[in-house]
Write a protein that binds this ligand. Structure first.
Ligand SMILES: NC(=O)c1ccc[n+]([C@@H]2O[C@H](COP(=O)([O-])OP(=O)(O)OC[C@H]3O[C@@H](n4cnc5c(N)ncnc54)[C@H](OP(=O)(O)O)[C@@H]3O)[C@@H](O)[C@H]2O)c1
Length: 311
């Protein structure tokens, strides 16, 4: 007796002559081997298929991206990194030159890409970068855009010039989230609190002053590498929309962050609390930038300092 048969249709074999051997039409038109009932043939799972198609990481040369890229390759992904400054390829990683401010080089970088992890960003103008990414990504039929945003993007009001000058970043992140959610692309957005690396850079600068100004605010620093690990999970999974926030294990006042740094470097300085003006600053004082209910990060600020800062 024969069971029901499932014939395999090759809709369009992957054309492996593009960058990394993948061409956009393989993705844009869903060109893959499927059975009559739309499933993958034996041995070709959605996961295995996704693994062979490159993942594009924007910002792959940045603080977060440098942790993310090796984690993606270790998970078996082929990775492309979009960067404004070309550099030699590495095992499993191709660096493609492009600029999300102008859109130059973005289309070819997206060719044949299934998943994009968008980590490129700066203090301002992230909305422009997002727009210049989603337009060609939609046109080419990318199947999953993962975005890293910031906790508080939706809770810190940017209404005055003072707000914009000090916290405009949060407004740009919210605008980018909205561009991505409205793009028609399947998406996942993770909001994280401030990375240890960023807090260290800021505290180091402040601590050079004879009297260290400490804005009256609290932060919940999170380990950059832990955020990278979470992004790998999300990139390898299905589009999930806005996922739960990711915060570090503890909330600290700015004065506590500075004191711990001074202890770690063996320095002594008076700390002067500074009250910042504006509605955004008030929201931050009230904790709009915190996610205490999602304190999922493991590594503390003190543990980070012990490793990164010479005593
Ligand atoms: N730092 C934090 O505490 C924190 C917290 C939550 C969320 N985030 C978000 O996480 C992401 C990564 O942050 P990060 O700290 O890793 O940033 P970063 O170290 O400043 O790196 C920025 C990255 O963006 C790329 N980039 C900037 N402008 C670009 C452009 N016009 N075209 C193409 N690439 C461009 C840079 O690449 P090239 O220079 O190679 O071109 C670089 O790789 C950002 O979206 C940030 O908003 C950060």
């Amino acid at each position: 007796m024969c069971g029901p048969t499932r014939s395999v249709r090759l809709v369009d074999q992957p054309n492996r002559d593009g960058i990394d051997g993948w061409h956009s039409r393989d993705v844009a038109h869903g060109s893959r081997a499927v059975t009559d009932d739309g499933r993958n043939p034996p041995g070709v799972t959605k996961e295995s298929e996704a693994m062979t198609m490159p993942i594009l990481v924007t910002g792959g040369t940045g603080t977060l991206g440098r942790r993310l890229v090796p984690r993606l390759t270790a998970a078996g992904a082929t990775v492309r990194v979009l960067t404004r400054h070309g550099r030699p390829d590495e095992e499993g990683v191709r660096y493609l030159t492009g600029d999300l401010t102008t859109g130059d080089g973005v289309e070819p970088a997206l060719d044949g890409v299934r998943t994009i992890v968008h980590c490129a960003g700066s203090n301002k103008g992230d909305d422009v970068l997002a727009r210049n990414l989603v337009q060609p990504a939609s046109a080419q039929g990318a199947l999953h855009l993962v975005y890293i945003s910031v906790v508080g993007a939706d809770r810190i009001p940017i209404v005055s010039a003072v707000d914009r000058a000090m916290f405009g970043y949060f407004g740009f992140k919210l605008a980018s989230e909205r561009i991505i959610a409205g793009s028609g692309l399947p998406w996942t957005t993770l909001r994280a609190t401030q990375f240890h690396d960023l807090i260290l850079t800021t505290v180091r600068q402040l601590a050079k002053l004879p009297v260290v100004p400490a804005p009256v605010a609290r932060f919940q620093p999170v380990e950059t590498d832990e955020v990278a690990a979470r992004l790998v999970e999300l990139a390898m999974g299905e589009p999930a929309g806005l996922v739960p926030d990711m915060g570090g294990p503890r909330v600290y006042t700015v004065a506590e962050l500075i004191r711990a740094y001074l202890r770690a470097v063996g320095g002594r300085r008076p700390i002067l609390p500074i009250r910042m003006p504006g509605r955004a600053a008030r929201a931050v004082r009230e904790g709009a930038n915190l996610a205490p209910e999602h304190a999922v990060g493991k590594r503390t600020w003190e543990e980070f300092l012990a490793e990164r800062v010479p005593a």
